[in-house]
Structures are given as structure tokens and as C-alpha cells.
Design a protein around this ligand. Structure first.
Ligand code: C2E
Ligand code: MG
Ligand code: MG
Ligand code: MG
Length: 288
């Protein structure tokens, strides 16, 4: 590795960048192909009501059933879809599957909500509103059972426009949740300005209990003040569960209850009796 001329290095780096570019274009094309071939599916993670352990709703989480590479998780393709704009098409598919599932449950007399993640670009686009409007025309469609999860970075930009859009969505009968609360936008003024039904406490706070206790308490209070339901994400342990129950957090999601699962396993595996709430007097669960 003695004396590589500047020119050789430039060539080397250009080739390297060329290879990355090519790889990236292949992935994009593969995602596009996967969308066309209907390879994207939903898994569902129960949101559980404390203290009775009932599943009140499920969060729809997209997965890619790749013919060669197996099941691919969203962190591997959602950012690419977001950058390229493919998220509009993928988001439409997710919304479609999630809404049809909600309708199927409603038709079967099952009282089950469905939460659907909406990315910033999807929120800004026009397809989302068109699709939401179209669904409201379906007879029996339980729009009040559909919750759109948006992250705080959706809220960057013109607040008048965003407020208007959120208002329109809520007026159509859908619900709005703020996802990963506390990790993004630090200007909290939007909380009282926008119509919000639900605040999802980011799993990083839950996993840092008990140190993060004051932050979670603050979010619980804030949610109550603005009339939103607080949901704790990423609950993995009995200790976290006990702490949340003792502090009056009534809705939780996490591996402690269930990982996201395919529909078939959701329908057959859920057993309310397997979820054992701590004694309601568990205020002492705070103690280390
Ligand atoms: P998210 O919306 O915050 O979803 C929660 C993520 O945490 C999911 O990861 C879920 O599997 C995981 N999780 C749930 N319980 C636990 C737990 O107890 N411990 C830990 N460590 N993790 C837990 P997943 O399914 O890989 O999704 C990652 C992210 O990808 C989502 O975060 C969401 O931002 C995005 N995403 C997923 N599906 C969609 C979609 O259909 N559309 C859009 N735009 N984004 C999606
Ligand atoms: Mg979410
Ligand atoms: Mg989240
Ligand atoms: Mg997330």
C-alpha cells in the first residue's frame, strides 16, 4: 500500500461509490418489484388495556416476504421507500390491508382497533387523504377504530397546513396518535394545537425505567391534560409493567405481552388469562 497516486485513489473511490449506487438501485428496483408482486404483508402487535389484559387494538407493522431473502423488517426498506417516494404506494397497500382487516373484525362483531403507521412523505402526499375519504364511503366501515400513527417529524413545517389536515382526518372520524413521543420534535406547542387522541411513549423511555420514571410521569400528565390516551411502547418486563400499572398508564404494547405476529397467530394465540396484572395496590412497585 506504498504509493497510490491521487488519481488511483479517486478512481478507487469512484468505483466504490459506483458499486454502492448500483447496489442501491438494485434494492430500489427489488422493492418496486415486491410492491407489484404483493410481497408486503402485515404483522399485528396487540395493544393491551391494563389492568384487565384485554387487547383493545393492534398495531399494523409491515414486513416484506421476500422470495429469496425471507422476512425483511421495515427498518431495511421504509427509509428507502421514504427517500424515493415509493412509500406512497407501499403506504396505500398497508392502509388498504389494515382497513380491510378492521372492517372484517367490525363485520364479525369484534371490537378491535387498528393502528397504522404513516410516514412524513405519505402524510404530505395526496394519496393518503384520497384513500381515507374513499374508505369512509364503505358501508359499516369502523373509521373510529382506525388510528393513524404519525411521528413528531411529520409535524415539521407549516403548522397551519398540518393542523388543517389533521383536523380533516379527525373530522372524517379517524384517530391520530403521536408515535415515538419524546424522541423527535422538541417544540411541544403542537400538543395543544393539534387534535391528538393518543400519545405513544417511546420504548427508549420504558427500557430506561426506573431512571426515566419522571419523564414518563410527565408524559402521562401531559396526555391527561390534553385528553389523549397514553400508550407505553416496548414493554418487555414484569417490572416495567408493574411500574406503568402503578402510575396509571392504562395501555401498553410490547414483547412482554406479544411480539408482532401474523393475523392467524393473533387470532388463535391471544389468551387474556395468560396476562396477569399485578395487584392494583402495586404503588410500591416503584421502589427499586
Ligand atoms: P414503531 O411504529 O414505533 O413500531 C414499534 C416497533 O417496536 C416495531 O418494530 C415493533 O416490532 C417493535 N417492538 C414492539 N414491542 C417491542 C418490545 O417490547 N421491545 C422492542 N425492543 N421492540 C418492540 P418494527 O416492526 O421493526 O417496525 C419499526 C418501525 O418501522 C416502526 O416503529 C415504524 O416506524 C416503521 N414501520 C413499520 N411498519 C410501517 C408501515 O406500515 N408504514 C410506515 N410508514 N412505517 C412503518
Ligand atoms: Mg408505530
Ligand atoms: Mg413507536
Ligand atoms: Mg419507531
Amino acid at each position: 500500500v506504498s504509493k497510490q497516486s491521487g488519481r488511483d485513489q479517486a478512481t478507487y473511490f469512484n468505483e466504490e461509490i459506483g458499486a454502492i449506487d448500483k447496489e442501491r438501485r438494485l434494492i430500489e428496483a427489488d422493492i418496486r418489484r415486491g410492491i407489484a408482486q404483493n410481497e408486503f404483508i402485515l404483522h399485528y402487535q396487540p395493544r393491551v388495556h391494563l389492568p384487565n389484559g384485554q387487547t383493545v387494538s393492534v398495531e399494523a407493522l409491515v414486513r416484506w416476504e421476500h422470495p429469496d431473502r425471507g422476512l425483511i423488517m421495515p427498518d431495511n426498506f421504509i427509509p428507502i421507500c421514504e427517500e424515493t417516494g415509493m412509500i406512497e404506494d407501499l403506504g396505500k397497500i398497508v392502509l388498504d390491508i389494515g382497513c380491510k382487516q378492521a372492517l372484517a373484525w367490525a363485520n364479525a362483531g369484534i371490537d378491535m382497533g387498528v393502528s397504522i403507521n404513516i410516514s412524513p412523505r405519505q402524510f404530505q402526499g395526496t394519496q393518503l387523504m384520497d384513500a381515507l375519504k374513499a374508505f369512509t364511503k364503505t358501508p359499516g366501515f369502523p373509521r373510529h377504530k382506525i388510528e393513524l400513527e404519525i411521528t413528531e417529524n411529520v409535524l415539521f413545517g407549516d403548522h397551519n397546513k398540518i393542523a388543517e389536515k389533521l383536523q380533516e382526518i379527525v373530522e372524517m372520524g379517524y384517530r391520530i396518535a403521536i408515535d415515538d413521543f419524546g424522541t423527535g420534535y422538541s417544540n411541544l406547542s403542537y400538543i395543544s394545537r393539534f387534535p391528538l387522541n393518543c400519545i405513544k411513549i417511546d420504548k427508549s423511555f420504558v427500557s430506561q425505567l426506573p431512571e426515566s420514571g419522571p419523564i414518563i410521569q410527565l408524559i402521562l400528565t401531559l396526555a391527561k391534560q390534553v385528553g389523549a390516551t397514553a400508550v407505553a411502547e416496548g414493554v418487555e418486563t414484569q417490572a416495567e409493567y408493574d411500574w406503568l400499572l402503578a402510575e396509571g398508564c392504562t395501555q401498553v404494547q410490547g414483547y412482554y405481552f406479544s411480539k408482532p405476529v401474523p393475523l392467524l397467530r393473533l387470532q388463535t394465540s391471544f389468551d387474556a388469562s395468560a396476562i396477569k396484572p399485578a395487584a392494583p395496590s402495586a404503588k410500591t412497585a416503584n421502589a427499586p
